[in-house]
Design a binder for this molecule. Structure first.
Ligand SMILES: O=C(O)c1ccccc1NCC(=O)[C@H](O)[C@H](O)COP(=O)(O)O
Length: 207
């Protein structure tokens, strides 16, 4: 079974080219102003348009967005899906409103946090933001990967948080994940993607 991979926080052509060359299934664009990976619609639009039809899917990340904020991005940036940091009912409403696949990001502290039901298309299961962080994701912070091992997921899901080329294989084996999502672990500095780390990460995830 091929593990599916999302490379998140793409900000420039070099990172995008590396993700495409490595065979990533999705790339993520972060529309959250407090992120070191934040892109404007003007920056993301040419990158998203440059992706070939058989290239990675284009996912837009939003944190507690208003409809107007999402619409303002979609007016310029072609996206194939939305990753939403908000409560489950709001994520479902966004799915209905924009008729795009929606993945809900869920921060996990224990097995009781694992959703048994949801009205979205996918879940991104990651650690809760560490104390002091001003963003709910992209913190290079891992959780106990064994928490998901016995979970019957209601929809497809990705494992995220603190993954790197040197731990992603173990994370997949411990968690039972069939898809992984990474940002910090393939960067040489916050917000700066490393083509070599992207290559190593995808190779390790699928080894
Ligand atoms: O990347 C960010 O800065 C960010 C900010 C706000 C919400 C989400 C964000 N990133 C999400 C991701 O990149 C991934 O879904 C995931 O959290 C993995 O992050 P990392 O631990 O950095 O690999």
């Amino acid at each position: 079974m091929t593990v599916r991979v999302k490379i998140c926080g793409i900000r420039d052509q070099m990172g995008l080219d590396a993700a495409c060359a490595a065979g990533a299934d999705w790339v993520g664009f972060v529309f959250f102003s407090r992120s070191p990976r934040c892109v404007t619609a003007q920056v993301a639009a040419p990158l998203a348009r440059a992706i070939a039809n058989d290239g990675p899917g284009r996912i837009g990340l939003f944190v507690r967005p208003t409809d107007d904020e999402i619409r303002a991005v979609l007016d310029h940036v072609p996206l194939d899906g939305l990753q939403i940091y908000d409560d489950a009912s709001r994520a479902a409403a966004i799915r209905d409103r924009f008729a795009l696949p929606v993945w809900l990001a869920a921060g996990i502290g224990s097995t009781v946090d694992l959703p048994a039901f949801c009205a979205v298309d996918g879940l991104v299961i990651e650690s809760r933001a560490p104390k002091g962080s001003d963003r709910p994701g992209g913190n290079a912070h891992a959780f106990d990967w064994t928490l998901t091992a016995g979970w019957t997921a209601p929809v497809p899901w990705l494992l995220a948080g603190g993954l790197r080329p040197d731990n992603v294989r173990r994370a997949i084996e411990c968690s039972g994940a069939r898809g992984v999502d990474v940002s910090s672990g393939v960067e040489s500095a916050p917000g700066v993607k490393s083509p070599e780390l992207i290559r190593q990460f995808v190779q390790a995830a699928r080894a």
